[in-house]
Design a protein around this ligand. Structure first.
Ligand code: IPM
Length: 360
């Protein structure tokens, strides 16, 4: 298969982890006789430095010309500390989601047997957790009006959803539930928000089309607690943009490190694959960033194109690296010198020689 992949490494640890994912994809292409080409483009703070814009037109064009986008991370502490900054790195990520119409974000949360003791939660609570979060990605408060009054003392952010936006992700989530445990939890704040009540109404209307799927509702505050107390109760979680952002980051506690969570963002035409973590600026260029979320995002890219055997090979490489403790310090208590690159090299070696790879 020929794939043209736009690579947007972004800021902080983004370039280091994305380089490992590209390395892995190159190994897959070589081993399975595919032709993958990679076109790098700027986004986020590094794009602001070079062009004054977090999402240059050239980047949009490269993404629109590509079959898929591999995204790293964006953000920089200096912007976080400046509440008056008008141009912000995050505009790059939000802009690309909007430009490419990436309305459905899928975030798997899987507790690996080899990492159960890495979580701050109890092993018996998290064993066998396997959740798929469907986060709406191009609507809600993220994309409403954001205004500040002239005197600077009143700020407004509006949250709007319409039927169409809710229906399309709800159908996708119900279909996903059908191929899993047939359970879906709509997470909202319907006791307070009108937009949440619209979500409930529409999801309730759709549910009879999926009679084998058990639908239930949970308020976000309760879901935040239940996700920690009894995460195994969840199969597919369906939720709006901001709640999905918060819940998925919380869910990383179950897995043991946020450096493990990957995601797919799909629209009607384009698809983007990215770790859920941010730029983690203070870890940049130290070789300590965990590349697995990025590598698993590459596996999700392969899934997207039906390259199942290839995606499985990547996941087996990841599993083996975890089993042998070839992991960065966020997960490692056994070795103290396993770098970002070394994890990538190990998984690359595994792809090339799946039966022989061991720590050397
Ligand atoms: C994520 C991130 C982004 C979001 C930020 C960087 C804008 O937290 O992808 O989860 O909030 O969507």
């Amino acid at each position: 298969m020929k794939l043209n992949i736009a690579v947007l490494p972004g800021d902080g640890i983004g370039p280091e982890v994305t380089a490992q994912a590209v390395k892995v994809l190159k190994a897959i292409a070589m081993d399975f006789n595919h032709i993958f080409t990679f076109n790098h483009a700027l986004v986020g703070a590094c794009a602001i430095d070079k062009t004054g814009n977090a999402l240059p037109d050239e980047t949009i064009a490269i993404c629109k010309n590509a079959d898929a986008v591999l995204f790293g991370a964006i953000g920089r502490t200096s912007f976080d500390l400046d509440p008056n900054a008008k141009i912000r790195p995050e505009q790059g990520l939000l802009g690309i989601r909007k430009e490419l119409g990436l309305h459905t974000n899928i975030r798997p949360v899987i507790a690996y047997d080899d990492l159960l003791t890495k979580s701050s939660l109890k092993v018996k609570q998290i064993k066998d957790v396997n959740i798929l979060i469907y986060r709406e990605l191009t609507g809600g408060i993220y994309f409403g009006d954001h205004t500040l009054s002239e005197d600077g003392n009143t700020a407004t952010d509006t949250c709007t959803y319409n039927r169409f936006e809710i229906e399309r992700i709800a159908h996708a989530a119900f279909k996903a539930a059908q191929s899993r445990k047939n359970k879906i939890t709509l997470v909202d704040k319907a006791n307070v928000l009108e937009s949440s009540r619209l979500w409930r109404r529409i999801v309730q209307e759709i549910a009879p089309q999926y009679p084998n799927v058990k639908l239930r509702y949970m308020y976000i505050d309760n879901a935040a607690m239940e996700l920690i107390i009894n995460p195994r109760q969840f199969d597919v979680i369906l939720t709006e943009n901001m709640f999905g952002d918060i819940l998925s980051e919380e869910a990383s506690v179950i897995v043991g490190s946020i450096g493990l969570l990957a995601s797919t963002s799909i629209g009607d035409k384009y698809a983007m694959f990215e770790p859920i973590h941010g730029a983690y600026t203070k870890a940049a260029n130290k070789g300590i960033a965990n590349p697995i979320a990025s590598i698993l995002s590459a596996a999700m890219l392969l899934d997207h194109f039906g390259l199942d055997e290839e995606a499985s090979r990547v996941r087996e490489g990841v599993d083996k690296s975890l089993k042998l403790h070839i992991t960065t310090p966020d997960l490692n208590t056994k070795y103290d010198n396993i770098s970002t690159t070394k994890v990538g090299d190990f998984i690359e070696d595994f792809i090339n020689h799946p039966d022989e790879t061991n720590l050397n």
